[in-house]
Design a protein around this ligand. Structure first.
Ligand code: DGJ
Length: 723
């Protein structure tokens, strides 16, 4: 939904009516299209970069619509389905023109198709970048008919995939167990993932798919197509397998109860579907997405190092107080952290947020808990040389709130219905399709920034699904716009906030990882990966999240032991080593650490900031041993872009006598360079390889054995390239 026809800097080619090949090229890949007057746009190839279309045509017979529409010829799954202004439900799109433009470091291909009979146009658009192998696709649907048309289905993109031994991998989950990796072979019939929660589209199924063309997906080899839908609302990703030739992949906004009406002259721009192709397995596809996000698609690009922080939630939950917050600030200062964030519990006037059943929407300080107000806390942070951050959940309210008493019609609910409530038996979702609500949400942030202008970080939470379909604001005819207009309203509001506060760091949280999607990445700096901070389970959740999202966007906090979600006790070193593969933070009272633990934690913060952070947050990630393999180990590494430095992580989370001891094969190194290994955050004696040098080739091909001692053992190793 973005960057459509912004600043067009140059024009390469315009409208050719004869047949032509359109090469949508990223540095290493090509999506080959065929455009011919009187015919729909066709897609004939997606894979490694090619320069010779004729060779492709001689080799393959892939000849599918690039954006199939329902009604004439297409009885298979389609990307578009329309009821035209006269009631006709068939659409026949044919190529009209194309234009290629450059916008900054990207190239945009816009291919316009028009219905043969109706004044109904579709621009099928693609964007490539000069620095990553992701191709974005979306469409712009235009109604120039005399009366309204209804969009019954309006996918973002379509891709035919040749049948063979094709597998699909995706991440599914639930609260506290997000991003669980699941994979299966495609069989005749439908493979589909979707989300219908309305607000938190990444809990159950993330809007992403990896499609492996060479059998069961492998980490480091095999051809893989990755797809991520850049949308935060309901979605559907379908692979339809009929016959023996191709799988048809369609992805976009879920059409359930979401028919969208376009009045004469109106346009609908679908969200972007981001595609990548790699012949380096899942890892190659992930690295493409990470690079694309870091360099082109995140609110602050990947050069900004993310600050270490302490978040108050698991330390005090709703029991915030002036003294308690200041003690935590002292704690994070002592640890060497850089930012303190006050979580839920700080607000409420008539209703006090001491229980989670009230006060959302009443964003005024609870002066009973914080008599000196939030500005005093911001000041206390600044005086300690720390940055200040605060929690809000601005899209929500409670029936027990002054906001709801004043504006009962602002919640998502049909006027005829009694609303069903969420958390605390009272929570409700505000109707972001309503411009008055959008203004309110904008003002929540604006007021905070006015009262405490040094606020560096906001944790933006979202803890409820849209349980009550219906809107007081939308007209009777447009009720079916709710799921879409909610998110358009949210994006509009976020854009406004970003325009005024470009430097603000904002975390995207939705009861943990409920909103980990690329639709929100242009506005948010990071995701709270999960409310589950148990380091063992986090290995699985973080592994799944890393399939599509870069480490700099993954907020990972060390919490207390025993852990509050699983009651599992884990060594502090293991907890740190797991958290340090993303943006490191803490989620406990530092005063609960013993003197020895504090000393160790301080050394971890120091090492993370000085040595680990730049490589983890800006380097390329190589996943080595998957925790899902089930042999009790997990390992991954990050390599700086210039391959001078790398940081390796390994974890052992099962323990038996004579336990299997794998070799760890490194990846991503310069094979001809020599690397010296140094253990970081070490506890105990040095390993046999400490301080030794190896060639990159040896480390990658022969591997290294690691002497893990005891249960929940872990290692962090720095690799430094010799001159
Ligand atoms: C859910 C979030 O995921 C938690 O981290 C915390 O912020 C709570 N909400 C606060 O209510």
């Amino acid at each position: 939904m973005k960057k459509v026809f912004l600043s067009v800097m140059s024009l390469f080619a315009v409208a050719l009516l004869s047949a032509k090949d359109i090469y949508v090229n990223s540095p290493g890949t090509t999506l080959l299209l065929k455009a011919e007057a009187g015919l729909p746009l066709h897609v004939s190839y997606y894979g490694e970069r090619v320069a010779d279309a004729e060779q492709v045509y001689r080799a393959y017979s892939l000849w599918e619509d690039a954006y199939p529409a329902f009604g004439l010829g297409n009885y298979d799954i389609t990307a578009l389905s329309v009821r035209h202004s006269d009631g006709n439900m068939s659409t026949e799109l044919t190529y009209l023109s194309d234009v290629v433009t450059t916008e900054g470091n990207s190239t945009v291909y816009t291919i316009t198709m028009k219905d043969k009979v109706y004044e109904f146009l579709v621009d099928v658009c693609y964007r490539t970048y000069d620095n990553s192998d992701v191709i974005e696709t979306w469409s712009v649907i235009r109604n120039n008919e005399k009366k309204p048309v209804s969009l019954l289905k309006y996918a973002s993109g379509f891709l035919p995939i040749r049948q063979g031994n094709v597998w699909v991998q995706h991440e599914h989950g639930s609260w506290g167990a997000e991003a669980q990796v699941s994979e299966e072979a495609l069989k005749p019939g439908i493979f589909e993932i979707h989300d219908l929660t309305g607000t938190k589209n990444a809990y159950m199924n993330r809007p992403n798919l990896m499609i492996s063309l060479d059998g069961k997906p492998q980490e480091n080899y095999g051809r893989v197509v990755g797809a991520a839908l850049c949308w935060s609302g309901n979605f559907r990703m379908t692979i339809d397998t009929q016959g023996k030739k191709i799988h048809r992949f369609v992805a976009g906004i879920d059409d359930t109860n979401s028919q969208y009406t376009l009045k004469k002259g109106e346009t609908f721009t679908t969200p972007v579907l981001a595609l990548t192709y790699s012949n380096e397995g899942l890892g190659g596809a992930s690295r493409s997405f990470h690079r694309w996000a870091r360099k082109n698609n995140m609110v602050h690009n990947g050069t900004a190092l993310r600050k270490t922080l302490l978040n108050s939630w698991e330390g005090v939950y709703l029991n915030v107080s002036q003294d308690g917050m200041e003690k935590m600030m002292d704690g994070v200062k002592q640890l060497g952290g850089e930012l303190f964030v006050m979580d839920d519990g700080w607000f409420g006037n008539k209703y006090k947020r001491s229980v989670d059943d009230c006060a959302l929407g009443d964003w005024v300080t609870d002066t009973g808990k914080l008599p000196k107000g939030v500005p005093a806390l911001e000041k206390a942070c600044t005086e300690r040389g720390l940055k200040w951050g605060i929690w809000i959940e601005p899209e929500m309210t409670n029936t027990k709130s002054e906001l709801y008493e004043k504006h009962p019609d602002w919640v998502v609910c049909h006027p005829t219905r009694e609303p069903s409530t969420g958390r605390g038996g009272t929570q409700l979702v505000l109707d972001m399709s309503n411009p008055a609500v959008q203004d309110f949400v904008y003002k929540v942030v604006d007021d905070i920034m006015t009262e405490t202008p040094n606020t560096y970080y906001i944790k933006w939470d979202c803890n409820m699904e849209t349980k009550n379909f219906g809107s007081h604001y939308l007209s009777a005819d447009n009720q079916s716009h709710l799921y879409v207009d909610y998110h358009l309203g949210l994006i509009r509001t976020l854009k406004r906030i970003r325009a005024k506060y470009p430097d603000l760091v904002i975390q995207c949280c939705a009861s943990g990882g409920g909103r980990v999607n690329y639709g929100l990445m242009p506005y948010f700096d990071e995701f709270w990966v999960s409310d589950n901070t148990d380091a063992k389970q986090r290995l699985f959740i973080q592994w799944g999240t890393s399939m599509f999202f870069p480490a700099c966007a993954m907020a990972q906090h060390v919490s207390a032991s025993p852990n509050h979600q699983t009651r599992r006790s884990l060594p502090l070193k293991f907890r740190f080593d797991v958290a340090m593969t993303g943006r490191l933070g803490m989620e406990m009272k530092p005063s609960d650490l013993s003197a020895d633990e504090m000393k160790f934690a301080q050394s971890c913060f120091k090492t993370y900031k000085e040595t680990i952070r730049p490589i983890v947050q800006q380097g390329d990630q190589y996943r080595l041993i998957s925790p899902y393999e089930g042999n009790g180990y997990c390992s991954e590494m990050f390599v700086g872009e210039d391959k001078k430095e790398a940081i390796f992580f390994a974890y052992k989370f099962e323990h038996y006598v004579d336990f299997f001891r794998p070799r760890f094969y490194f990846a991503g190194l310069d094979p001809n360079a020599t690397y010296t290994l140094t253990e970081l955050c070490r506890q105990g004696n040095a390993d046999h390889w400490e301080g030794s040098s190896f060639t990159g080739r040896f480390l990658m091909q022969q591997g290294v054995e690691i002497d893990f001692r005891g249960e929940y053992a872990s290692k962090v190793i720095r690799l430094t390239r010799g001159s």
